[in-house]
Ligand binder design. Structure first.
Ligand SMILES: C[S@@+](CC[C@H](N)C(=O)[O-])C[C@H]1O[C@@H](n2cnc3c(N)ncnc32)[C@H](O)[C@@H]1O
Length: 277
């Protein structure tokens, strides 16, 4: 499913790049694609444009972008994980879609040839990069004047909760945020994005909230479930969660899925659109 080149190094972000994370990202995109497609429409991305997918992962968003941009457009899919990029390269271009060109780069030092892209899209990446301002500067350089940068990211991750809560929420927050901090990840990054974009040379034309609730049985319930199934065992392995904490949280989560009145409150995100001056 995820071929791996023999000649390149795979850089893994904190959630990993294995089969399980690949599958999680696929489901995650399916559940949130409507928000992405809505933001692309408001950003004015359309047929014939060249758009950079900044931190594209295995390219689930890139493929929908390619459909929107059509055969005269182009997606430049950039990630630091060669494993994810190999998967994109191994997936045939669909008829009527833009070609997807992959590039293995650290998005904090993005360097692309050409006259500048028409647009850039960056979803769920900046909170994992130690220097998100460097990403914004890099994307600014990679766009032509008037080029549009659309971002979706977390602005107050610790507001995640479920109800009723028997204490699992606090354990979850403590362990996940400690692990993110050890990777210099900033889970509140969305709060500063509009200010940083203005400072770098974007006119910020839109800031919107993005927040959802899932109930047991909703398709969206699978989003936290797959995140917990894939990431919490890594937290145990890396020492950020004890085996006891893991079992307590997972038992509480599984029991919650049987309670009709229960709900999950997603960590709040912002969607920001800026136009390069
Ligand atoms: C949560 S995934 C999101 C993937 C994709 N944007 C999406 O919406 O499905 C985060 C991605 O950012 C990539 N990433 C994190 N830090 C990066 C960096 N400094 N340079 C390039 N890619 C990076 C990871 O490899 C991973 O593919």
């Amino acid at each position: 499913m995820c071929p791996m080149s023999n000649t390149t190094i795979d850089r893994e972000y904190v959630l990993g790049t294995d089969e399980q994370e690949h599958a999680r990202l696929s489901l995650q995109h399916a559940l949130w694609a409507d928000a992405a497609i809505g933001q692309w429409a408001r950003a004015g991305f359309g047929p014939g444009d060249t758009v950079i997918d900044v931190g594209c992962g295995p390219g689930f968003g890139s493929r929908d972008l390619a459909r929107l941009l059509g055969p005269s457009g182009k997606v430049i899919a950039v990630d630091e994980s060669q494993r994810f990029l190999d998967y994109i390269d191994a997936t045939p271009t669909e008829p009527g879609c833009a070609p997807i060109e992959t590039s293995n780069q650290d998005v904090q030092r993005l360097n692309l040839p050409g006259d500048g892209a028409d647009g850039a899209y960056c979803r769920w990446v900046l909170h994992f990069t130690p220097d998100p301002q460097a990403v914004i500067r890099s994307v600014h350089r990679a766009l032509k004047p008037g080029g549009v940068f659309a971002i979706q990211d977390y602005c107050r991750w610790q507001s995640i909760f479920w109800a009723p809560n028997k204490g699992g929420v606090e354990t979850l927050r403590k362990c996940i945020l400690a692990s993110y901090a050890s990777h210099k990840a900033n889970s509140d990054v969305g709060q500063m994005l509009p200010t940083w974009m203005e400072e770098v040379g974007f006119d910020v034309v839109e800031i919107r909230p993005l927040q959802r609730i899932a109930r047991p049985g909703d398709a969206l319930w699978q989003w936290p479930t797959t995140y917990f199934d894939s990431f919490l065992p890594r937290l145990v392995k890396t020492g950020f969660m004890t085996q006891d904490e893991f079992e307590t949280v997972m038992t509480e989560w599984r029991e919650l899925g049987e309670q009709p009145g229960a709900f999950f409150f997603s960590p709040p995100q912002v969607e920001v659109i800026g136009v390069r001056r």
